[in-house]
Design a protein around this ligand. Sequence first.
Ligand SMILES: [Zn+2]
Length: 311
Amino acid sequence: MTATTGRRLLLVHAHPDDESINNGATMARYAAEGAHVTLVTCTLGEGGEVIPPELAHLTADREDALGAHRIGELTRAMAELGVGDFRFLGGPGRYRDSGMMGVPDNDVPGCFWRADVDEAADRLAAVVREVRPQVLVTYDEDGGYGHPDHIQAHRVAMRAYELAADPAHRPDLGPAWRIAKVYWNRVPRSVIERGLAETAEKAPFPGVAQAADIPGVVADELVTTVLDGTAYTDRKAAAMAAHATQITVDGAFFALSNDLGQPLLATEYYQLARGRAGSRLPEEDLFAGSDAGATADGPEDPAATPEEPAR
Ligand SMILES: [Zn+2]
């Protein structure tokens, strides 16, 4: 996809599949509209479970071949979303999946959870200075739901945001670049509660997820930005389905390896964490008010852009 608008969007995620679940419609929409979309994934997701029985041999406790397989899945997902620029932080396999919080994988040397934040952020700052995005999307400080790799992705992304903007940091990486706006992935509580009720009624899965299982759920009023991706529902569903070891998609619903259904949301939600909001809240465009925004800058309104938003 050729970038034609001067808009550049960078997304930082922990594992292959997180981007399609959280931002698939957003990525497809901006790519289709001519933005340059860059995905940086921090691990290969080597520690994931595997849904299709015929691929069960790939897991870490058997062949430990899931990472390489998931590169292929991510590649197919990005083709569905029209995103050509996707990378692994430090190169494929540089940081290993740390597993869920509290498991022995958290302590394996080389896992992302044990990575030095400044060192990993330096690698990401190099991408920021190269790509010069106006918008960065990542998780909140809890990683959305407490997964070590998601927490670490947040820390590394926020540190890279600082380092890239600091002229004293690594002048060899190119001129300093201040990302205009940083967003955290969100799901409004009312939206997920409605979606889960509908899932319970209509979805084909044996059980239904609970709101507490869904990453990034917050009170509705914390959501600053609503990205209507309904025109790209099919693209998002196809991208999610490409991650076949991780996700089962069925119509407007999907399940992870726990087989608990949840709604496939084509409207995606964000909370502005750094930078200045566009003139109207909720924003309908991640670039609103940035240099690359289509809408005029809004008035300075500190209340709309807290430096450390409450959760
Ligand atoms: Zn993940």
